[in-house]
Write a protein that binds this ligand. Structure first.
Ligand SMILES: [Zn+2]
Length: 138
């Protein structure tokens, strides 16, 4: 995988998304995750994935490309409809913990999916419990 900052027009959508929506890394609590991006092709109905890697802990979040680009905001698209049928809300962005990076206590969360809201909440809690004494997660 080759993570890099995506500057310029082509990368502006995912880079702008992660930089503006996830300002605190949910895994290590840094307020300057300086997200790098990679794209993962996969033959799944949810579409390809964007991978977002925190510069500090190397933890990785993932989200289906259509979620990030806003394509799933309507059920009029195939992937949007699929998302609705799988019990998710359209217009709500889900991020999966793809890799816990250097955060051993987050290892159990790998593969789990959270809403953008929950991800941000995790970041705030992680930042507050900076000592690493292990906060509560749900
Ligand atoms: Zn981090």
């Amino acid at each position: 995988m080759a993570f890099k900052r995506m500057e310029g027009f082509v990368g502006s959508v995912p880079q702008g998304f992660i930089d503006s929506r996830v300002k605190i890394c949910p895994l290590c609590g840094t307020t300057n995750p300086h997200w790098a991006i990679d794209q993962k092709m996969q033959l799944k109905m949810e579409g390809n994935l964007y991978l977002f890697q925190c510069e500090r802990c190397k933890g990785i979040l993932s989200s289906p490309v259509p979620d990030v680009t806003g394509y799933n905001n309507t059920i009029l698209t195939t992937t949007g409809l699929l998302k609705r049928m799988s019990g998710k809300k359209n217009g709500v962005i889900y991020l999966r913990i793809f890799d816990a990076g250097s955060n051993d206590k987050m290892r159990s969360l790998v593969g789990k999916e959270f809403t953008l809201e929950e991800i941000n909440q995790m970041g705030i809690e992680e930042k507050d419990s900076d000592s690493g004494s292990g906060g509560k997660y749900y």
